[in-house]
Design a protein around this ligand. Structure first.
Ligand SMILES: C[S@@+](CC[C@H](N)C(=O)[O-])C[C@H]1O[C@@H](n2cnc3c(N)ncnc32)[C@H](O)[C@@H]1O
Ligand code: SF4
Length: 391
């Protein structure tokens, strides 16, 4: 099994040699040279997250988009949030991202609702030879699988938040059945086409409704042939934190702002049970290699009480959050946004400029220098990004 994972890795890298380049970018990034010494100028990001739509076909209990965006009727009209681009426009946007050769993750909302998803993948992976991954709830995957394989998709990050009724509590009644059927059918299509790609990684977001169900889910995934699982701890911003953040950003930067509005009440989580649930799942996946199980952020060394009930554990990097130096997010209208959570001002639009031009423009340098001199936003104390080692 370990051997098969190594082969999969070689296969992934050979399909997109830039994966190695971006690992290197990430490694150099960890030294923090640009964060420490430059005047807001940064190396190119190793990963770009493209969000072609913020619409969604679900309304999951923990989702930050829930109260704001995922429900179409609540989308603010005529804005970067809902101004989705045409096929021609998204091809220009994809080409302009590809110019700086990052890994490209396509998220949402639910990206499978965007009609030109296969066109984006075709451009990123087939035309430019870059790593492409989609983050999806999986419900529409089977319908698209054939065209995604043909387009050269390398990775599917599929969300799974438990089995059966546990999944349904998080993602809505009746949806596990739809999910299971779509996933199995997608797997069959991949086998029928004799294709090695896309690889599958399951992503499990912890909530009070599912934290105990990880081992059962891990076994179920292995029985399907999916042997990589990422545990994602939830973003936990309270309404008060968000309000405080909004007024401080407005005062300091005089920019528009909007933050991830979802917040869960974690008080029913038993940290000991969460710890043993995670440890057991890790054991189930251990025969499949050391990368088969990942926890983001890895709280296991601090204990789970800290994050869920007390103070945040110390961050991986003590300087500033490096998100503005390492990744960027492209919104549905092509706006380049530095963060999903804390800073909602567009740095430029990919229909006007290339990503290379925008990445170190005046707006981006202003933001990085300001964060460097003023330190983190207050809300960053509660954000998971500074604690994830591979940002
Ligand atoms: C926002 S969704 C978008 C992609 C797709 N709709 C899906 O569900 O996978 C991306 C990931 O964020 C996770 N997520 C949702 N709410 C979250 C929260 N409050 N904290 C951390 N992750 C969250 C989801 O479970 C999913 O794995
Ligand atoms: S987690 Fe994904 S599927 Fe669920 S509401 Fe959010 S965007 Fe939609």
């Amino acid at each position: 099994m370990v051997f098969r994972n190594v082969l999969d890795k070689i296969e992934r890298i050979s399909r997109s040699p830039d994966i190695v380049r971006n690992r290197f970018r990430r490694m150099i990034g960890r030294l923090g040279i640009d964060v420490n010494y430059s005047n807001g100028v940064s190396f190119y990001p190793h990963t770009v997250c493209l969000i072609p739509t913020l619409r969604c076909n679900l309304d999951c209990i923990m989702c930050g988009l829930r109260e704001n965006l995922a429900v179409p009727s609540r989308l603010p009209t005529g804005t970067m949030f809902n101004h989705e681009r045409t096929r021609e426009e998204i091809i220009v946007i994809s080409d302009r991202i590809a110019e700086i050769r990052p890994n490209v993750l396509i998220g949402g909302g639910e990206p499978t609702l965007y009609p030109y998803l296969p066109d984006i993948i075709e451009r990123i992976s087939k035309r430019h030879g870059l790593f492409s991954g989609i983050m999806t709830n999986g419900l529409l995957l089977a319908e698209l699988m054939e065209s995604l394989i043909d387009a050269g998709l390398i990775m599917v990050y599929v969300s799974i938040d438990g089995i059966g009724e546990v999944f349904d509590r998080v993602r809505g009644k009746g949806n596990f059945e739809r999910f299971e059927s779509a996933l199995k059918q997608s797997w069959r299509i991949k086998s029928r086409k004799g294709s090695k790609i896309p690889f599958f990684t399951a992503v499990y977001t912890i909530t009070p409704d599912n934290y105990f169900d990880i081992p059962r889910t891990a076994k179920w995934l292995v029985s399907l042939g999916i042997t990589k699982l990422v545990i994602q701890h939830p973003v936990k911003f309270s309404k008060e934190m968000i309000e405080r953040h909004n007024s401080s950003v407005k005062n300091a930067y005089d920019h528009i702002h909007w933050t991830w509005g979802g917040s869960l009440d974690m008080r029913s989580i038993d940290p000991k049970l969460l710890g043993s649930s995670i440890a057991e799942a890790k054991k189930i996946l251990s025969p499949y290699g050391k990368n088969a199980f990942e926890e983001k952020p890895d709280w296991s060394r601090w204990g789970y009480e800290s994050y869920y009930f007390g103070n945040m554990p110390p961050p991986v990097k003590r300087r500033v959050c490096q998100l503005f130096w390492r990744m960027t997010f492209i919104y549905p209208d092509g706006s380049v946004m530095p963060s999903l959570f804390c800073y909602f001002h567009t740095m430029g639009n990919l229909l006007d400029n290339t990503l290379g031009e925008i990445w170190n423009n005046e707006a981006y340098r202003f933001l990085r220098s300001r964060v460097k001199s003023n330190g983190w936003f207050k809300i960053c104390d509660n954000c998971v990004f500074p604690h994830v080692s591979n940002i």
